[in-house]
Design a protein around this ligand. Structure first.
Ligand code: TYM
Length: 358
């Protein structure tokens, strides 16, 4: 027996989805649907860690992220699409992982430090424990692959640390209960049989880290106060073109090779965006545009972005009129997700030794 190949990923329903979420994550999930079983979650439990959003807005954002998944090409028949709060296994396993993970591990998370800011004592306990909920999302399905952007790398390393500690701490029970799988890559750090897989991150391509259009050293983010810093998936044609036209650049022409982008973060970012949208490498883009000025490159990028994004936007708008359709997709997804997670949680309870009286 081996772990079944299964991909899991998610996006928080907080604010508008932007080009970084699309190119770094959602668009890259589409081909994975034909490679393995796929589960895509709208992580609403994560969306309350910074502060509780307005309830109506949380619901709207949950439907909007779902619509974006579908508009981007996630097929609810091939993939499981659901919102996290509907499958209690996530919260239950997260609690258990809170008792596996160490406070020191959480304190090292750079995203916690960034999000908590200066007044760390005043951050919610949920914000600190956030990565252990993320590990639970993944491991409640024994997911083997997680396609995400570069900013999630540290959280995925922590997921592996949690899986390793659980596998080690409970190795004897796992063996005794016969619920393990032979470790596919034997190593002295792990027992011969694993309960949880050592999940592989899938972080690749030209768009793992899309930067702000106003500052090439800052990540494109939902929380940036300047709307000009990002392209939102719901932006219309004119807004997309305007934001690209106003994007910060330097006065040089584009280089002919990728090496020439070193020290030019804004140029590197726009070339990366073009490459990801055109499904080309940065090298191929520079072969075409090397030696040309931004005054020529930006209109080409704007045309490409509009051509790629606006069909999705109109599909998302259509779904906005059909909330019942979205809700029924999420309901079906939650049932299918729970059917996978529940038996795994049942084993976890047995392994730990919770008395089962029902
Ligand atoms: P979130 O909601 O912040 O972002 C969703 C996805 O978008 C990617 N992303 C980017 N990629 C490239 N460039 C950017 N500027 C950019 N900004 C965001 C993120 O890497 C992510 O893949 N904790 C996660 C959600 C989560 C999750 C999980 C993901 C919860 N549980 C389990 C995978 C597996 C988050 O807050 O992503």
């Amino acid at each position: 027996m081996t772990f079944r190949s299964r991909a899991f990923s998610g996006v928080q329903p907080t604010g508008n989805l932007h080009l970084g979420n699309y190119l770094g994550a959602v668009s890259r999930w589409v081909p994975v649907q034909d490679q393995m079983e796929t589960i895509f979650c709208v992580v609403d439990l994560h969306a309350i860690t910074a502060s509780f959003p307005d309830p109506g807005e949380l619901q709207a954002a949950t439907r909007e992220v779902t619509a974006a998944y579908i508009a981007a090409g996630i097929d609810p028949k091939k993939s499981i699409i659901f919102n996290q709060s509907q499958v209690p296994a996530h919260s239950e396993l997260a609690w258990i992982f809170n008792c596996v993970a160490r406070i020191g591990w959480m304190n090292r998370m750079t995203q916690f430090k960034d999000k908590a800011g200066k007044n760390r004592e005043n951050a919610s306990l949920g914000l600190l424990a956030y990565p252990s909920l993320m590990a639970a999302d993944i491991l409640a399905y024994k997911a083997t692959h997680v396609p995400v952007g570069d900013d999630q790398k540290q959280h995925l390393e922590l997921t592996r640390d949690i899986a390793a500690k659980f596998n080690n701490d409970f190795a004897a029970q796992v063996k005794e209960l016969g619920v393990g799988v032979p470790n596919p890559t034997p190593s002295p750090e792990l027992p011969e049989e694993l309960f949880f897989p050592m999940t592989e991150p899938m972080i690749a391509g030209p768009a793992t880290r899309i930067m702000s259009l106003r500052d090439g050293t800052k990540k494109m983010s939902k929380s940036d106060p300047s709307d000009l810093s990002r392209i939102n998936l719901i932006d219309d044609e004119d807004t997309i073109s305007k934001k690209i036209r106003k994007a910060k650049t330097d006065p040089e022409a584009l280089p002919s090779e990728v090496d020439g982008l070193a020290g030019r973060p804004e140029a590197g970012n726009l070339v990366g965006i073009y490459a990801a949208l055109a499904e080309k490498t940065k090298d191929e883009v520079l072969q075409e545009f090397g030696g040309r000025q931004f005054s020529e490159f930006k209109p080409a990028l704007a045309d490409l972005a509009v051509a790629k994004l606006t069909p999705m936007t109109s599909e998302m708008r259509r779904y906005k009129e059909e909330p019942a359709e979205i809700d029924s997709i999420l309901k079906d997804g939650a049932e299918r997700a729970a059917a996978i997670a529940e038996p795994i949680l049942k084993d976890v309870r047995k392994i730990i030794g919770f008395l089962d009286v029902r």
